[in-house]
Design a protein around this ligand. Sequence first.
Ligand code: PMP
Length: 399
Amino acid sequence: MQTVTHRQLFFQHIAQTSDFPLGLEIERAEGIYLYESDGSRYIDLISGIGVSNVGHRHPRVLEAIHQQLDKYMHLMVYGEYIQTPQTQLAQALAQTLPPSLNNVYFTNSGTEAVEGAMKLAKRYTGRSEIISCFNAYHGSTQGALSLSGDENFKRNFRPLLPDIRHIRHGNPTDLGQITTRTAAVIIEVVAGEAGVRVPEPAYFQALRQRCSETGALLIFDEIQTGYGRTGTFWAFEGVSVVPDILLCAKGMGGGMPIGAFISSDELMSVFKNNPILGHITTFGGHPVSCAASLATLQIIQEQKLHEQAEAKGQLFRQLLRHAAIREIRGKGLMLAVEFDSFDVLKPIIDRAIANSQNGLGIITDWFLFCTNSMRIAPPLIITEEQIREACTVILEAMD
Ligand code: PMP
């Protein structure tokens, strides 16, 4: 009898999202490295798309998970029992934030944090219009997808949410579209899937002012940028503007699934009545994920990983000098290396991955709405030597 490979099972039984999955068969992950069953080794230069900020399987995250597993896993749906992993994490988050962001609603993912925040904004303001940015990605569920600034990804799933309007990220001219009809503006401080676009702090100050004038809530989606990615623990610290609602997920869990939307207790309290149970979830704030997230937060803060991100990002910029590179954008360890076109970039990415044949593959990719730019967002724990190693392979792949 012929044995079926896991590769065959993957294509037979795992729902596919494209005709060209990366298809690496990873057996083990540790720090910045991924290992395939045939022994191939890779540097994960994209942190599993913005997740493994403290690296894969950080020992302190594992320890926190083990300790929590020995106590309890799921006990009850969200919001009923006092679960110390949740309360400790919420307190630790609040301590990283201004006093107006002191109330945390835990979710399982980024898109659920977006959904919760949209509902909160509609319920609190009594308005329905929500504004997001062209080329923004906020998630794949129907509410979050409605916010997406790219018609290609939405067309065949309509009808989606009505009353969504789009503005240009970083363009002050468009701020006039925010009016007293607007429930909320949801925006990334650094636009990730648009190809890592970093507006001036003055833009966010003008945005904050316009939202305050019109009574629209300002929601910062820090699902990619939070937990130290851009050089400060939260990216919004770099623009001196405080949002009404903050979203996080991805890197927050240290490899476990968790997200959150955070606001003032006054704002969040509207979920308690009219109707009661205004937003509920079974698994949101899973105690094991919360324990992992608290350990992740502590590692980043104690080791000041966020404070090293800018210098490490600069090292990438210094090392990645090549005639094929048009521009390098970014903040901290969230970088986009731009080439002339996807056709130039794609073979470079493929060759960097295939370099596993020579002992070390480098995993990078491109952006949903910016296909001519290479994503570089490694674990924050990456060392100078490892950055040099990774850049050597990338440069060779360009030649
Ligand atoms: N917002 C942003 C800015 C994101 O980058 C993503 C995921 N790429 C999401 C929301 C959705 O998060 P999730 O995939 O956890 O639902």
